[in-house]
Design a protein around this ligand. Structure first.
Ligand code: SF4
Ligand code: SF4
Ligand code: ZN
Length: 288
């Protein structure tokens, strides 16, 4: 197996995985989406909400705010915790949010960084808008006054995995395609340029009386070039054992960490399966 990293930032990663079977590539993709544990808001106590959003919509928005925890490995799933899921510092973190619209007529947006964490090592991803609070002019008994909207909530975050609910999925995008191979038959190609015009990825160009491919990796395998070539001079194929991965983190981890944690989760599952198969084989042997 070979890994070639093409692009890497904190939140996005593109890499080529060579020398693996399709089921392995798919298992890795699924592990990134469903097996990497992260914290997400799972329960919301609303003490006051005069904002334009219903409590349920507010809770939904809060659940989708990525939470970044420096001490993520110290948390356990509520069902595995010694508190038996009742809630303690090992299985949950709480956040409070108190906000009000302006004193004067106007409005303001409440952002995720206004959530105050009970554990300073767990922080919400900043600058995600939650709700807009509006102050309006109203008349009470003929007297002008300002009606303000306010919010007072407590939110509880717990550890979970994407296979339980999408709010625990640490990736916003996670996909792959087979490594494309674009072959040009120079004997047949008359450099008419039709395929160059048709290619939506703009990776083909006419040069020195034939067509060349600028960057095969960018090909979407749409085969439009093949369909417009009257001379059957271009063929789009793919490598069955190489995959171009595109992964984006939601911000709860650096993206490379998601890939590594997914590999670790897969390894643990394979080891468990191996042990269980060995145990079954032992038992079967003993019975024979
Ligand atoms: S359409 Fe066919 S013949 Fe024309 S440039 Fe492309 S490959 Fe060559
Ligand atoms: S398959 Fe599509 S993206 Fe790839 S080279 Fe042909 S037209 Fe371009
Ligand atoms: Zn607990």
């Amino acid at each position: 197996m070979e890994v070639e990293i093409l692009e890497l930032t904190d939140l996005a990663m593109k890499f080529i995985l060579r020398g693996v079977k399709p089921y392995f590539a798919n298992a890795l993709r699924r592990a990134m989406m469903t097996e990497v544990p992260k914290l997400a808001i799972d329960e919301v106590n609303v003490y006051e909400n005069t904002s334009p959003l219903f409590d349920e919509i507010l809770a939904l928005r809060l659940a989708l705010i990525p939470l970044r925890a420096e001490n993520i490995d110290e948390f356990v799933f509520p069902e595995d915790c010694e508190c038996k899921g009742e809630g303690c510092g090992f299985c949950q973190v709480s956040f409070t949010l108190t906000a009000q619209s302006p004193e004067e007529v106007g409005q303001r947006v409440v952002y995720s960084n206004e959530l105050v964490s009970s554990d300073e090592r767990v922080r919400p991803y900043p600058n995600i808008p939650i709700v807009k609070l509006i102050s309006r002019e109203v008349r009470i008994d003929g007297i002008k006054t300002v009606s303000r909207q306010s919010l007072m909530i407590e939110a509880i975050a717990r550890l979970g995995v994407g296979k339980k609910h999408a709010k625990w999925q640490p990736v916003t995008a996670c996909g792959y395609k087979n490594m494309p191979i674009v072959e040009i038959d120079e004997e047949k190609c008359d450099a008419c340029g039709k395929c160059v015009e048709e290619c939506p990825k703009r990776i083909l160009e006419v040069s020195l009386g034939t067509v060349t491919v600028k960057d095969e990796k960018l090909c979407s395998l749409c085969k439009l070039c093949e369909s417009v070539c009257d001379r059957n001079a271009i063929k789009v194929l793919y490598d069955k054992q190489s995959f171009v991965f595109n992964v984006e983190s939601d911000g709860s981890y650096d993206v490379w960490e998601i890939v590594l944690r997914a590999v670790k989760a897969l390894k643990e599952k394979y080891m468990k399966l191996k042990t269980e198969i060995a145990e079954v084989a032992e038992r079967t042997k003993a019975l024979a």
